[in-house]
Design a protein around this ligand. Structure first.
Ligand code: SF4
Ligand code: SF4
Ligand code: SF4
Length: 453
């Protein structure tokens, strides 16, 4: 009920760390400090929009509207005042970016370095980029193409390691194909990396094809972690996926030995049509046996996707979002593309690309030098391709709560069936609004509705 004290001379303003974000059809209230969002119905949005525009409270609010504002006040998300307040919240709504007089140099965090295209297996989906669609492929050994060995243009891997370390890179991820099949090159890189204790090294490999013995002394002296690509938990399944015999038995023995030696690897399951429903089974097994939380990546033929197959983290009406861990992380999401920011890939062809999953060439290593390769703007433009810049996510009220790599994959895409594989919500052409989707985790996304009256 509106009392005298709430009448027309009063205003309501959202707290400075609380943002009203509108999409094309929906709107959401972001409580940045407590890392949560509230999906608004049309009426709640209209009321809060008017409040943010400093429209004096009045009869237009109604009792249920006043109840909404009082609830927000009780939760510390806004307050009443006798004068309009002007809080600068343009950051989230303005396409213009503030640039300082001295622009900060780029901050590099991870380099994926493809050192070979060789592999002892023959997964059907590998190296067929045009016919497949993948998710998180940067975590795997998936190749761009199957050409046996493209000419390596750089001659001096030690020099490249030195340059990578001098950029302040934290993780050097060595991938292939199977880097163990380029043992000489791999050993040279690991030996060179020993001089840079700040540089963590990850080797992404199915860990088969060659014994690890020659590498073990280097593991002890360098901060090296194996990221083992796993296809399934029995030899029948792994044979069907990659064509190798006893693959799981070999991997099992190696993982057991690494865990026993207190050097547990990362494990990444590469799910494909045969194993796509096994996600929780695999996760439970690995957690129970070794106490390891595995990662998942997926790859499917495009024709399956066109027929309605989705990546296993989304459902027909469900989609997980990503709570931010700090205010800094939230603000960085607004202007950057979270999963590529700070990263680049060095390909076998010496080309620089944003990551192993994206094909856009951003530079090229010439004369073993990264300097020229990293001096053009293409890579940094992609780093800054936040969801405010790509269609259709720029029309979604949940765009700052979602970190799916769909943003770049589908920038300007004319293939809506493919987008559906990553996200069931269409913020532009979809018939149903964001309320029709079950977003997760449940404590992160709630709903704020205003009853009529
Ligand atoms: S094991 Fe990895 S690199 Fe080899 S074929 Fe399979 S996906 Fe490709
Ligand atoms: S877009 Fe992101 S998640 Fe996808 S492959 Fe690239 S870095 Fe990985
Ligand atoms: S992927 Fe889906 S939820 Fe995420 S911003 Fe795009 S439309 Fe919204």
């Amino acid at each position: 009920m509106i009392t005298d004290s709430h009448k027309v001379t009063r205003y309501f303003k959202l707290a400075p760390d609380c943002y009203l974000i509108a999409g094309k059809k929906d709107a959401a209230l972001y409580d940045v400090h407590r890392s949560r969002i509230m999906l608004l119905d049309k009426r709640a949005h209209k009321i809060l929009r008017r409040c943010e525009d400093n429209v004096p409270l009045g009869e237009w609010l109604g009792n249920s509207g006043m109840h909404l504002l009082l609830t927000l006040q009780d939760e510390g998300l806004g307050s009443f005042d006798s004068a309009p307040a002007y809080v600068e919240k343009l950051l989230l709504h303005s396409p213009a970016q503030w640039k300082g007089f001295c622009i900060q140099p780029p901050s590099y965090s991870r380099v994926d370095w493809c050192i070979t295209n060789h592999c002892d297996f023959n997964c059907e989906f590998c190296g067929s980029r045009g016919e497949t669609l993948s998710w998180q492929s940067c975590q795997t050994c998936l190749r761009r193409n199957k050409t046996t060995e493209v000419l390596l243009v750089y001659n001096n891997p030690e020099e490249l390691v030195a340059q990578i370390a001098s950029l302040g890179v934290k993780i050097l991820n060595i991938r292939g194909g199977n880097p163990l099949l380029a043992l000489d090159r791999l050993q040279r890189i690991l030996r060179a990396a020993q001089s840079y204790p700040e540089l963590g090294v990850v080797i992404t490999t199915p860990v088969t094809g060659r014994t690890l013995d020659p590498l073990l002394p280097l593991f002890r002296e360098t901060v090296v972690q194996l990221n083992i690509i796993v296809f399934g938990l029995d030899d029948k399944v792994t044979k069907a996926v990659c064509g190798g015999t006893n693959v799981w038995q070999q991997q099992l023995a190696i993982i057991d030995a690494l865990v026993e030696a207190e050097h547990p690897p990362f494990l990444t399951f590469l799910l494909s049509p045969l194993t796509r429903r096994k996600r929780s089974e695999y996760q439970n097994y690995v957690k129970y046996r070794w106490g390891i939380e595995p990662s998942f990546a997926e790859v499917y033929p495009r024709r399956d996707i066109e027929e309605g197959v989705r990546f296993s983290h989304v459902g027909k009406k469900t989609k997980p979002l990503s709570p931010w861990q700090s205010m800094d992380e939230f603000f960085s999401r607004i202007q950057s593309y979270s999963c590529t920011y700070g990263n680049f890939e060095i390909g076998l062809d010496s080309k620089i690309r944003p990551c192993a999953g994206l094909d856009q060439v951003c530079g090229e290593i010439v004369d073993d030098s990264l300097r020229v390769a990293l001096s053009s703007h293409e890579l940094y433009d992609i780093w800054e391709m936040g969801k405010t810049k790509v269609y259709p996510c720029n029309h979604c009220a949940l765009r700052f709560a979602c970190q799916d790599c769909i943003a770049v994959e589908f920038a300007g895409s004319q293939e809506p069936a493919l987008k559906q594989a990553y996200c069931p919500f269409d913020p532009v052409n979809g018939r149903q609004g964001a309320h029709s989707i079950k977003w997760g985790p449940p404590e992160f996304v709630t709903s704020l509705r205003v009853k009529n009256g």
